[in-house]
Design a protein around this ligand. Structure first.
Ligand code: HEM
Length: 410
């Protein structure tokens, strides 16, 4: 029998970075608010609590310390009980700002990602997916994450943000480096990769500015013309906003799709059921369970701006909240048999895209790409075998997803 005192959780421990799911089970059951004193943080693991914190509309929590996981050493340094004010010069990614600048930049950048704009991308996405499959199916074996989904997602981001289409593979590689957290910290390679991509995007911004930024490339042009905090943004600052979106838009969908297609392969009855009905509709339904079950981001962060209480737990001003979305999406209080993949489970809500003010800005593009990637693959690959032994899910304190998923198609 495991004694309570033997349990410990640290998002940066090798065990948690390789497979945190067993710990999440214990956290949800026994320590829904788990204190991590060395990081001044609470790990929050239940769906209802994460949902409540993300629903806050009174500014009780901020992301001025960042929403993406800080590295262990940044957490150890602490904030002295006071979250920092937003940095306004140079302007960081909009997710790290506060009201009203966060909402201002978000609404300037969002037009190409709105439902109607996303829907208008469908013919382009189908063509891109079709062209990828023409090439890959001929090879017989390929990698579902790297060669299929990631090239499509990066290709869509190139189109939306004005990069030449032939840059898609480089964008994919840079994003993978930038998102890796092999030792719980962003590596030098990761920082260099971010800088290279921001540089690439800044060239587009400079070209648009020189051409008058007349609205042809809506997200970029509106950011160029805007005044934030009483001044226009530099090329690099605009590029940094676009980088945040290109990052979100390239990192996640491919890993969800590759993992999801692996789950279907692992459950042949489910694969047969998806294939049996309306494939387009079934792919849409299955992608939603793939989001719940396979979304790689483990946690996002908030910092309390005031003393508060959540589900009876006192939280002090300055406390960090490690919001374990991947645990919340497996909470048995919210989902029946949550640790089982079931392609057609009824899902009223999940937290794969977050919730509230930072709800994923790319949700419509993500759902569009996801369902088309699943549908077209299943339509054109009558049978497939995953080589699970060669699949790679690199340890990470942030994005724990399948970076490699070899498949053979028949
Ligand atoms: C399956 C795919 C995706 C998943 C699971 C996902 C997940 C998330 C989550 C959980 C958040 C909230 C973070 C927080 O609350 O701190 C978020 C925000 C965000 N996502 Fe996504 N995302 C996906 C696809 C995309 C795509 C396609 C784009 C861009 C086209 C994108 C861009 C962003 C951006 C820029 C934010 C920050 C929004 C803000 O600060 O207001 N994501 N995403």
């Amino acid at each position: 029998v495991r004694k309570l005192s033997e349990f410990s959780y640290d998002p940066f421990s090798p065990e948690a970075m390789a497979d945190p799911y067993p710990a999440y089970r214990v956290l949800r059951e026994e320590h829904p608010f788990y204190r991590l004193p060395e990081y001044g943080a609470w790990a929050v693991s239940r769906f209802a609590d994460v949902h409540e914190i993300l629903s806050d509309q009174e500014g009780r929590y901020t992301t001025t310390e960042k929403n993406v996981p800080l590295g262990r050493w940044e957490l150890v340094v602490g904030n002295g009980g006071t979250p920092p004010p937003p940095q306004l010069e140079p302007l960081p990614m909009f997710s790290f700002l506060a009201s009203p600048e966060h909402e201002q930049i978000r609404s300037l950048a969002v037009p190409p990602l709105r439902p109607r704009s996303a829907a208008s991308l469908e013919p382009f996405v189908r063509e891109l997916v079709g062209a990828r499959l023409d090439e890959l199916l001929g090879q017989g074996e390929f990698d579902l994450t790297r060669d299929y989904g990631a090239i499509v997602s990066a290709g869509v981001m190139c189109r939306v943000w004005g990069l030449p289409p032939e840059r898609a593979a480089r964008v994919r590689d840079l994003i993978n480096l930038a998102g890796g957290r092999p030792d719980g910290e962003q590596s030098m390679d990761g920082a260099e990769a971010s800088a290279e991509l921001i540089g690439m995007l800044a060239e587009v911004v400079a070209e648009r500015r020189a051409a008058g930024a007349d609205g042809e490339l809506p997200g970029v042009d509106r950011l160029i013309k805007a005044e934030v905090d009483g001044r226009p943004l530099s090329d690099e600052e605009v590029a940094t906003q676009v980088f945040a979106i290109v990052f979100g838009g390239t990192e996640t969908v491919p890993k969800v799709v590759a993992h999801g297609l692996m789950e279907l392969w692992r459950h042949p009855d489910q694969l047969a059921a998806v294939r049996a009905g309306d494939l387009a509709e079934n792919s849409r339904v299955a992608f939603e369970e793939m989001l719940r079950f396979c979304a790689p981001a483990q946690w996002f962060m908030r910092t309390a701006t005031a003393d508060t209480v959540v589900s009876g737990q006192e939280i002090a001003r300055g406390d960090r909240l490690i919001l374990l979305l991947a645990s919340a999406n497996r909470d048995e209080r919210e989902f029946e048999a949550p640790e089982r993949f079931r392609w057609d489970r009824p899902i009223e809500r999940h937290l794969a895209f977050g919730h509230g003010g930072l709800f994923c800005i790319g949700v419509h593009v993500a759902r569009l790409e996801g369902r088309i990637l699943v549908e077209e693959f299943l339509r054109r690959a009558p049978a497939y075998e995953i080589d699970l032994a060669r699949a790679e899910r690199p340890a990470s304190s942030f994005q724990l997803g399948y970076a490699a998923m070899p498949v053979a198609v028949g």
